[in-house]
Design a protein around this ligand. Structure first.
Ligand code: B3K
Ligand code: ZN
Length: 882
């Protein structure tokens, strides 16, 4: 394990390298325990750099076997080497020179899954962010770009497939049953985009003809026997390639594009040039084994990694502080793709739910950081929802401010100006400022100021002057290291909805800039006055979630119901339903805590059931309308002193009331939303299943609920219906014999399918209540629990910590202690996985004081461990600070 040096990297210290890397030549002789890598690097000194300057290369747990400078062995005095660095002195003054390095590494022993490792007999790499330095000594930073030539030599029987980045140069047989393959990637790239895969894999092949009529070979490699399950991924890839041409004018550039699915992977997928490596969870799908959510994820992640070819690979990041330049932008691109493939409104609702569930808590807690941070201790810990999802929201706001065409022009300029470069956030923003003529200085604060802005709104109608005044005030909360904040430029989409549901067209607006249906809040306090409004309108604000803010706007239930019924923006209708529900859920949590009976406003019940039954609305939307804010949504709204048991009990009480009032609606939906044809994984089919399963979840509150869920489970013919029914059964009736029976059936049926078994573990890990911990512990002893497989660890321990609020936050603190022990057990093997799961405690400070104290003790226990990785050390330190 890497030793924790505790060193902090600062953006302000950025300097270009002293030496320019011209070419990289790598030869791998693969062996499970002793892979030999010969690295040849051609450098020249950058203009203006002192002649005496030494070349310093990065390493991580490396052993140097040989070192040559221009083919000559170096005398001991001319270099220094440690596992972490290689320093070479006495370099030629004005001509390019060649450094040859030989390292020997052990892929089999690489449990961190960074660098070159083995998974199920397959060699594979993960180099982002700093994994390449675990393969060879190298200037391992994203602003060092070069073309790579790769030769792979390996045993032919065990590794018939030998892959790397770029185009295939050739291959052939070698001595002793070995063979080789050579690849050349002409596009200069940083080392984090390097990839190598070797092993015995099955393949699915197809082609794509680009807009300039070039034929590109497409290959998806999977374990033998799983080829048929890659068909949907291939389809998603071709749709992504087409979409990027049509929407952004981006054409693919190599002769071949490959995807490899592996079963041990720390994250979702990786955009290595021409050779994407994927967690097999985001490649493999068929109706029998994949849920609709799996299909949607595959589509989105295939697209995301493919889109990186331009936003990330052709234009990369100058340094890791610029991570959002490729990640936020690429998430925005994949969101837009999915919105075009599916229902835009439903997609937006899902995005906002995710943003609020994951990014808002991060931004409100001890791990808050700006979209473009200025310092880090462990870069792996900055692949966050703030960089990704808030980064995407910031890009979306640029598109909102500029309008679609000008935004496109800015993207075109960015691609043209920075192709082949390592760029910065400033470079990106400058392109949009230039094409629009807009000053984006204030807007750029979105990159630099952490924390979710709070906007307080109030509206007043004056009948005499037929005017409506909207008073806005913004506040950005203090976050770690940033106590004082400046006002932001916040684009707020709005509508003034009249009694008959139509949208008022104001005669004039004063008080600030308004473009189309977007008003620009730029001051701390700002009043906008709209004239020519004949009658009191209902204001719908932040439609489509045009800005990632918290909105404090006390609207009467009748006004919210009016929006929920009439807004032409479906997202706003959903938001209004949520806003109607939240006060009820909060009150219910208080009532549950105090032991009072739980009640619910009629306005909420009526509005929900009306939306659910409205056949003019698409089923997927109606399902979203029925999905009440989650327990963590309620906790976030409460903001502090949270009691997860009370929140859970209150929410359950409200659901029971809605279930009772709406039983006939739910019966009808359950019957009418049944499928009447062949299964299709598309958005329309998924929407019907979502609505039917939502109805089932309410029906389970009625008499005979367990039997009903068990019947739905037994009659299901696809993984979505099956897991939904099993979840309802297990979560509502954990001790019922029907539940045990169904869980057993599921286990027997899918015992040889790891991805489906992950679902079996997750469903049980998220059963609410105090008994959860004992259940988790028992499941850890299950023969199918594989502690070295990240998907399996996340499905059990991750799901427990992130998605089981009552089980994890047991009042006696045993959930936290358990997590601490698990983190300490995972950390020596896989620090990235440990650190990621530990972030589940990011909101510990908003718990009620007894739980908060126990959570703190567990964190302190982790911190006291003598041998923490940099990854876990950094998270735990930031979580405890202040
Ligand atoms: N760029 C990778 C993430 C790498 C994470 C390294 N710790 C996947 C993606 O965002 O597309
Ligand atoms: Zn990405």
């Amino acid at each position: 394990m890497r030793t924790d040096t505790g060193q902090i990297v600062h953006l302000a210290d950025y300097r270009p390298t002293d030496f320019v890397l011209e070419r990289v030549d790598l030869t791998f002789e693969l062996d499970p325990a002793a892979t030999r890598i010969e690295t040849r690097l051609i450098f020249h000194r950058r203009d203006g750099v002192d002649f005496g300057q030494a070349l310093v290369l990065d390493g991580d747990e490396l052993t140097l076997a040989e070192l040559r400078l221009d083919q000559n062995e170096l005398p001991a005095g001319q270099f220094d080497v440690t596992p972490e660095s290689l320093t070479i002195r006495g370099l030629p003054e004005s001509v390019p020179f060649e450094v040859t390095i030989i390292t020997i590494i052990n892929p089999e022993a690489n449990t961190q899954l960074m660098g070159l490792y083995r998974t199920n007999g397959v060699y594979c790499t993960q180099c982002e962010a700093e994994g390449f330095r675990r393969i060879t000594y190298f200037p391992d930073r994203p602003d060092v770009l070069a073309p790579y030539t790769i030769t792979i030599i390996a045993d032919k029987a065990a590794n018939p497939v030998l892959l790397s980045n770029g185009n295939f140069l050739g291959g052939g047989n070698y001595d002793e049953g070995r063979h080789f393959a050579a690849w050349f990637d002409p596009f200069p790239k940083p080392s984090y985009l390097f990839a190598l895969v070797a092993g015995d894999l099955g393949v699915v092949e197809d082609t794509f003809t680009t807009m300039s009529e070039r034929e590109v070979t497409l290959k998806i490699y999977v374990e033998h026997g799983k080829e048929a399950r890659a068909a949907y991924a291939m389809d998603a890839l071709k749709r992504s390639m087409k979409w990027d041409e049509e929407r952004f004018g981006r054409e693919y550039d190599l002769d071949i594009f490959m995807i490899v699915a592996v079963s041990d992977f720390n994250m979702g997928a990786m955009e290595n040039k021409g050779l994407n490596v994927f967690n097999d969870k985001y490649v493999l799908a068929d109706p029998e084994t994949a849920t609709d959510q799996d299909y949607a994820n595959i589509e989105a992640i295939i697209a995301h990694e493919y889109f990186h070819n331009w936003t990330g690979n052709r234009i990369t990041c100058r340094d890791w502080f610029q991570l959002c330049l490729k990640e936020g932008l690429t998430v925005y691109r994949d969101h837009e793709f999915s919105a075009d493939m599916r229902s835009r409104a439903v997609k937006r609702i899902a995005e906002v739910r995710h943003l609020k569930a994951e990014q808002f808590p991060e931004d409100a807690g001890p791990l808050a950081h700006p979209v473009r941070p200025t310092s880090y201790r462990e870069i792996n810990n900055f692949y966050t929802t703030t960089v990704y999802e808030k980064g995407s929201e910031v890009t979306r706001m640029i598109a909102t401010l500029l309008g679609r065409d000008t935004f496109k022009a800015g993207m075109d300029l960015y691609f043209e100006r920075h192709d082949g470069e390592a760029a910065t956030v400033e470079d990106f923003v400058a392109c949009f400022a230039e094409v629009s003529g807009r000053d984006l200085t204030q807007f750029s604060r979105w990159y630099h100021q952490a924390g979710t802005p709070m906007v307080t709104a109030s509206g007043a109608y004056d009948a005499a002057s037929q005017s409506f005044t909207l008073s806005l005030e913004q506040m950005v909360p203090a976050t770690p290291g940033q106590s004082v904040k400046e006002p932001m430029h916040i684009p707020l989409s709005f509508a003034l909805i009249l009694d008959n549901g139509s949208i008022a067209e104001p005669a004039s607006v004063s008080g600030g800039e308004v473009s189309g249906d977007v008003l620009h809040l730029t001051e701390r306090k700002q009043d906008f006055t709209f004239t020519g409004i004949a009658a009191r309108p209902v204001l719908s604000l932040n439609r489509s979630f045009s800005a990632p803010i918290n909105l404090d706007f006390k609207q009467a239930p009748a006004d919210l119901a009016h929006i929920a019924r009439h807004d032409s923006d479906l997202f706003a209708r959903w938001q209004a339903l949520t806003d109607l529900a939240l006060p009820n859920l909060i009150q219910a949590a208080r009532d549950a805590r105090e032991g009072r009976a739980i009640s619910c406003d009629d306005a909420l019940v009526t509005a929900l059931l009306e939306a659910a039954a409205d056949e003019t609305l698409e089923p997927a939307f109606r399902a979203q309308a029925l999905a009440l804010p989650s327990e963590s949504d309620i906790a976030r709204e409460l903001g502090g002193n949270n009691d997860p048991d009370a929140i859970h009990a209150g929410r359950q009480g409200i659901i029971a009331l809605i279930a009772k009032a709406g039983s006939s609606v739910f019966e009808t939906l359950f019957a009418t939303m049944a499928r009447n044809g062949a299964f299709t994984p598309d958005a329309a089919g998924a929407g019907r299943r979502a609505l039917r399963n939502s109805a089932l979840s309410y029906l389970a509150y009625a008499e005979g609920g367990a039997q009903r869920a068990a019947d739905a489970f037994a009659s299901s013919d696809n993984m979505t219906d099956m897991t939904q029914a099993l979840t309802v059964l297990a979560h509502r009736f954990p001790d019922d014999a029907l539940t045990h029976e169904a869980l057993d059936t599921f286990l027997q049926r899918f015992s040889d399918n790891a991805l489906v078994l992950d679902k079996w573990f997750t469903i049980q890990a998220t059963i609410p209540g105090d008994a959860a911990l004992a259940r988790i512990k028992a499941l850890m002893d299950h023969p199918q629990f594989v502690g070295t497989n990240p998907n399996r660890v996340r499905s059990l321990i991750g799901s427990f910590a992130f998605s089981n609020p009552t089980g994890f936050n047991r009042a006696d603190g045993e959930g936290y202690r358990f997590l601490a022990q698990q983190i300490l057990a995972i950390d020596p093997r896989n620090p990235q996985l440990a650190a990621r799961i530990l972030t589940s405690m990011r909101s510990w400070r908003s718990l009620e004081s007894l739980r908060a104290d126990l959570a703190r003790s567990a964190l302190v226990e982790i911190q006291r461990s003598p041998k923490l990785s940099a990854d876990v050390g950094d998270i735990v330190e930031r979580m405890l600070k202040g």
